[in-house]
Design a protein around this ligand. Structure first.
Ligand SMILES: NC(=O)c1ccc[n+]([C@@H]2O[C@H](COP(=O)([O-])OP(=O)(O)OC[C@H]3O[C@@H](n4cnc5c(N)ncnc54)[C@H](OP(=O)(O)O)[C@@H]3O)[C@@H](O)[C@H]2O)c1
Length: 248
């Protein structure tokens, strides 16, 4: 996708990867609309970065997605890029049936959230001359982490859905990209922002900004390639065992 001159809606950019990417894209000359649930974070971002727009949205709530999509389309009809960044990751003990509560929240946020956003924007985007949908999966979509089973499964679903979306929209003006992060130092999981097994956020977004202008399918930084291609390399089971050990 082109790297400037877009109007970009990023639900899930009040912190972490979404916020850092939003700030880089803003500096690169794009209009940016940041979404999320934490209104204190939205207010702080708007105050600290004049020109960035903010909208409250809970992607796990169908009615709230409808309301926010309508608001974005009315206030910013030139919106031509949607980045479905919002996501959450929780540990689950599958021997305890209570895991289902976590699983439902993750499915609503990580799968139904992006799908509802895409449903809300697709007619709008195909009517534009140049548009992009960027979904956000994970290296764990390809090599799951046993300690976060539903999370890994939601990201596999996003990968699969994105491949189909790309083919269905191939004859339209809408490009479809999949951002596939490796472990990155954010607050996604407790302690992850300082974890040595996660890559620094700035390094990750540096690499993403380099890849973005020429990406046509998946956006793969070097660190995610071992997870992404583990099955083809024949070492997926070994990597899964290593990830299980990592999370105890
Ligand atoms: N960091 C990693 O290692 C890593 C690796 C692979 C993939 N990813 C993916 O990257 C994306 C960003 O994660 P991150 O690492 O930057 O973590 P983060 O700092 O926790 O950011 C998560 C973002 O999602 C938003 N969000 C969560 N639930 C939401 C909801 N129901 N409605 C609206 N927004 C919601 C949060 O905003 P509010 O709390 O304000 O709503 C926040 O802005 C996620 O999809 C994650 O799965 C991250």
């Amino acid at each position: 996708m082109r790297i400037s001159g877009n109007t970009i809606f990023i639900p899930g950019a009040t912190s972490g990867i979404g916020l850092e990417l939003a700030l880089r894209l803003f500096d690169a000359g794009n209009r940016i609309i940041i979404g999320g649930r934490r209104t204190d974070m939205l207010a702080r971002i708007a105050r600290d970065h004049p020109g960035i727009e903010t909208i409250r949205i809970d992607v796990a709530d169908a009615d709230d997605v409808d309301r926010a999509v309508t608001e974005v389309r009315q206030r910013f009809p030139e919106t031509n890029v949607l980045i479905t960044m919002a996501g959450l990751m929780r540990s689950e003990d599958l021997s305890d049936p209570a895991f289902i509560q976590t699983a439902v929240t993750e499915v609503q946020t990580n799968i139904l959230g992006p799908l509802r956003l895409i449903a809300g924007f697709v007619e709008h985007l195909v009517a534009l001359p140049d548009a992009t949908i960027v979904t956000v999966s994970s290296g764990l979509a390809f090599t799951p982490m046993a300690g976060t089973p539903t999370y890994s499964a939601t990201k596999s679903a996003i990968h699969s859905f994105t491949d189909s979306l790309r083919i269905q929209l191939a004859d339209t003006s809408v490009g479809v990209l999949e951002l596939v992060p490796p472990a990155v130092q954010t607050d996604l999981m407790p302690g992850q922002a300082e974890a040595e097994w996660a890559m620094p956020l700035n390094d990750f977004v540096d690499e993403v900004m380099t890849l973005l202008p020429t990406a046509t399918r998946e956006i793969l930084v070097e660190n995610v390639k071992p997870l992404r291609f583990a099955e083809a390399a024949g070492n997926r089971d070994d990597l899964m065992a290593g990830l299980a050990h990592l999370t105890g």
